[in-house]
Design a protein around this ligand. Sequence first.
Ligand code: SF4
Ligand code: SF4
Length: 331
Amino acid sequence: MQKKTVAFSKASANLFFHILTQCNLSCSHCYINPDQHGSQTLSIDTIRRWLGMFAQKASKTNLIFLGGEPTLHKDLSVAVKEARRLQYNSITIDTNGFLFHNILDRLTPDDVDFISFSLDGATSATNDAIRGRGSYDAVISGLGRAREKGFACSMIYTVSDKNLHELSRMPDLVASLDIERFFIQVIGMRGKSAGAKKAGQVSKDLWLSVIPQVAKTIAETGVIVTYPKVFLDLDEPFECAGIVADNYFVFPNGRVYRCPLCEDFPLHSFTIENHTLVPAPPVNETHLFGLTIAEGCVMNKIIQPGNLDYLADGTLSHKIACCMLKQEIRS
Ligand code: SF4
Ligand code: SF4
């Protein structure tokens, strides 16, 4: 069993491309915020031009198509093929499972590296309470159809206090699904989660008592498991991906962020204007990345300080890692 922290690197880049914000679901923890991200659907011409804008480093860039629900875009298959033509290093579609516009018939397994399905419970009762009625069945059926056609598939499970209890049931389900990768995410207090307070993050003790063991159990079946580190011991080094990595979160209103925790605010680093990446004026997220605080991530302390803990004498019990810092475990 190999376990490693996935180091940040500027040698490769990740492009998280939200091609629309429209969605058929209304998940209680959705981070899409139309006030900040817009409500437009990018035309295929604009998608092509924006893909071209980031294509200088395409061979070192992992591209993830997102929404909203990206399969609601009628030209997603064209966009994927264009990304392949531009030789992006890897191409992933993140989906809620409904797979609109016959996307599985319009792409081949050679066009896309992964189709990644979001499921937030081992049962339909728990998953559908978070993601909406019918969403569990859509994922199980969509994933089955994708596997039948030979697409490589992965799964994302976003952990909150509403579904942590079912994570230990996921190894059996995962074993039946024939997926290659399993991603555990931590719910962020942004988008709907920030306002409605419908779900919360879990404590350090709970996280550490469940996540690493479940990850190990799933990895023993041959699936590669990735989960966020979240908590750092006080003597562990802290790094901000905004400084030491190369991530771009692109939204259809032209905002480009380097940090997902900033996405609820007009703090984006760039704006796309006339198909060109233009640095945003001060103050923006880049001015936060260099701030050094004992608690680790500055944005975490601003938007979700509930995951910090102080001892009776006021000193910190742990730091919070960059939300992009991951642990990877494989057999
Ligand atoms: S499927 Fe994704 S985009 Fe749609 S509501 Fe759920 S979290 Fe939001
Ligand atoms: S989550 Fe925190 S540490 Fe990571 S990029 Fe954002 S501000 Fe930096």
